[in-house]
Design a protein around this ligand. Structure first.
Ligand code: HEM
Ligand code: HEM
Length: 277
């Protein structure tokens, strides 16, 4: 389903985008500006700039269209597939519009913001295509709720057995449950790990303590250790799951706000060129 966005309808939108790019390149090569070097102010420059703006407004409109499920004749898959390929083609159209004239001005600011949005979009489509499968593999048929329930069950079992194994081991087992933090701030979720993970600490420490147990308790000690090791594996899976989810969201925090900044700077660009003209 997710990969299919890229191959949608036999690459219809890739082909459309390549046609658009090819026509723009040929026009750029053929076109001879009446004065000066190629730039946004020539007849071709205006044409490509207008196409660029129309494309950008249409790409931004996807945010509105996305939320209107079930409405409209065109399917959401068509929109996304076209969004990706025409969004990539826009790089060529807008660059040819500028005639490769860049400077420290509002025009180049608009251009830079556009590149920013496109690069974040590329990140987004990679995530969109790859992550659903990685998430399914990581969860191995369980939901995140199941994983948390299994962790709670392991906690209870380990606690019950460790009560008889002395304070040192019992305290480690208790701390591995009480101090366990899943989720947390954005950076923590994105990293997918906790450097001071109490479960990791408990596995290491209980592993050492078990060696010092009397023979009669050794079996129980090993059971607690294996429960903790299993819990660590589950905790790592939950962290990976949260990490995938965070990565699937984070790029939109760039893509969408920068789209608004792009629209504003484009308005400034267009107003300013007409003002000075
Ligand atoms: C209706 C749409 C547009 C119009 C009428 C337009 C107009 C112009 C004009 C007249 C110039 C020449 C300015 C000069 O030589 O001083 C120019 C340059 C430029 N335009 Fe546009 N533009 C449009 C869309 C866009 C878009 C979509 C982008 C990119 C996001 C863009 C980025 C630039 C850049 C970077 C330059 C070069 C500035 C420089 O010379 O330093 N423009 N545009
Ligand atoms: C200047 C060009 C672009 C603009 C203005 C733009 C704008 C937008 C907007 C406003 C949304 C809706 C997001 C939301 O409201 O949740 C969106 C979604 C998206 N964009 Fe772009 N985009 C551009 C280029 C690209 C490119 C080049 C790619 C990929 C290579 C891309 C990939 C995506 C993806 C995958 C989504 C959908 C995510 C979802 O449905 O969850 N975009 N874009």
């Amino acid at each position: 389903m997710h990969e299919s966005i890229l191959v949608y309808r036999g690459f219809r939108y890739l082909k459309l985008s390549l046609w658009m790019v090819a026509i723009a390149v040929v026009a750029y090569i053929v076109h001879q500006p009446t004065v000066g070097p190629p730039n946004g102010g020539t007849a071709l420059g205006y044409t490509l700039g207008t196409i660029g703006v129309l494309l950008i407004v249409w790409l931004a409109w996807f945010g509105v269209r996305k939320r209107r499920y079930g409405l409209g004749k065109v399917k959401l898959e068509d929109w996304l597939s076209a969004h990706v390929y025409l969004g990539l083609g826009l790089i060529v159209v807008a660059t040819l519009h500028t005639g490769f004239q860049f400077g420290w001005n509002v025009h180049t600011l608009a251009y830079s913001l556009m590149i920013f949005v496109i690069v974040s979009g590329i990140f987004g489509i990679i995530v969109y295509v790859r992550f659903p499968r990685l998430m399914t593999e990581n969860r191995r048929g369980s939901t995140q709720r199941d994983l948390l329930a299994q962790i709670a069950e392991l906690n209870a079992k380990a606690r019950e057995i460790s009560v008889t194994l002395g304070d040192d081991i019992h305290n480690e087992v208790m701390a591995s449950a009480d101090k366990l933090a899943l989720g947390g701030g954005a950076l923590k979720q994105l990293s997918g790990r906790d450097r001071n993970c109490p479960v990791q600490h408990a596995v290491k420490r209980v592993g050492e303590l078990v060696l010092g147990l009397p023979k009669s308790d050794a079996e129980k000690g090993r059971t607690v250790l294996s429960l903790l090791a299993r819990k660590l594996e589950l905790v790592e899976r939950v962290r990976r799951d949260l990490r995938y989810k965070a990565l699937m969201d984070i790029w939109l925090y760039v893509h969408v706000p920068v789209t608004f900044a792009l629209l504003a700077s484009l308005a400034a660009h267009i107003v300013s060129v007409f003002f000075y003209w």
